[in-house]
Design a protein around this ligand. Structure first.
Ligand SMILES: NC(=O)c1ccc[n+]([C@@H]2O[C@H](COP(=O)([O-])OP(=O)(O)OC[C@H]3O[C@@H](n4cnc5c(N)ncnc54)[C@H](OP(=O)(O)O)[C@@H]3O)[C@@H](O)[C@H]2O)c1
Length: 273
């Protein structure tokens, strides 16, 4: 039996970072599926228009559109959720950045922590009610094998000297830990949450970290799309995958640290709304 969701009824996918290397390939692969509706959440209107046009031209799927939001800002994410119309079955958190120098959002939050970590948390949190109403639903958090060094006492590099690689590895560890935390909380509502490494792809993000990548964007999109469309991603939750294979994740197993990070992120909503 073909267990992909290709022939299921219409499903709505939200993809962040879809103007980037891997995100655009994810959005295009999803748009190629029968009955899919794909919403690209982007911050740059011109890039968003061009990307939507490119995907519609290639796939012939007219149900591809964009919404604008600066994903480093809680208010933009809350507004996006408030103005959303219709259902949402799949949320793909993929947007991320790796600025070489320490930068802050207008709210004064270090940019990688805001974009790569809090954004993932905020989007899941703000869309939870809609995902529940649209269930069975799933969240795919694009993380990385390149992860570690998380310091809960200094998530924003206020005490430590900022280093974009260190901040990035911390953020990708956090993605994997938050996936485990949300998976437990959302399990009763038939919403799965999994994390994955997409692959090493040449992109603005990887170039900032000093590497080019040896995989194509389509190869990078393969695991996130698989988790978003295959029965594995709907039946499995709280797991971490690389190249279509589940991998043991030491970060997600430390329940105390997972809970502490979740609480830490939850407090940012209260403090910055
Ligand atoms: N490339 C790799 O080798 C690699 C390896 C492991 C994991 N990953 C993960 O894969 C994901 C995609 O990475 P990529 O390599 O495809 O990066 P990329 O090409 O640099 O794309 C990043 C995307 O995020 C968007 N973005 C950044 N900040 C944003 C903000 N504040 N608001 C809205 N959108 C924002 C960018 O928008 P703009 O176009 O407007 O800049 C772009 O669409 C990331 O989560 C990354 O950690 C990548």
């Amino acid at each position: 039996m073909n267990s992909s969701l290709k022939n299921d009824n219409s499903r709505v996918f939200l993809v962040t970072g879809a103007t980037g290397a891997i995100g655009k390939a994810i959005a295009r692969q999803l748009a190629e599926l029968e009955d899919s509706e794909v919403v690209l959440v982007c911050r740059d209107k011109k890039k968003a228009e061009n990307t939507v046009k490119e995907i519609v031209d290639i796939t012939g799927n007219p149900k591809v559109r964009f919404e604008l939001a600066d994903l480093s800002r809680y208010k933009d994410i809350r507004n996006l959720a408030e103005r959303w119309k219709g259902s949402l079955q799949v949320l793909i958190n993929n947007a991320a950045c790796t600025p070489r120098n320490r930068q802050e959002t207008p709210e004064g939050i270090e940019l990688q922590f805001a974009t790569n970590v809090l954004c993932y948390y905020w989007l899941i949190d703000e869309f939870t009610e809609l995902l529940k109403a649209s269930a069975p639903a799933c969240v795919v958090n694009v993380a990385s094998y390149w992860a570690g060094g998380l310091d809960l006492t200094d998530m924003e590099f206020r005490r430590r000297a900022y280093n974009n690689d260190q901040a990035y590895r911390q953020s990708k560890q956090a993605n994997r830990m938050l996936s485990a935390a949300f998976a437990e909380k959302l399990k009763p509502f038939r919403i799965t949450v999994n994390a994955c490494h997409p692959g090493d792809v040449n992109s603005a993000l990887s170039n900032n970290l000093g590497f080019g990548g040896h995989e194509t964007p389509d190869q990078g999109a393969e695991t996130p799309v698989w988790l978003a469309t295959h029965y594995i991603g709907l039946e499995t939750t709280g797991r971490y995958f690389e190249h279509l294979n589940e991998k043991s994740c030491p970060f997600a197993r430390n329940q105390q640290a997972v809970n502490a990070l979740f609480e830490h992120c939850a407090n940012y909503i209260k403090n910055h709304s």
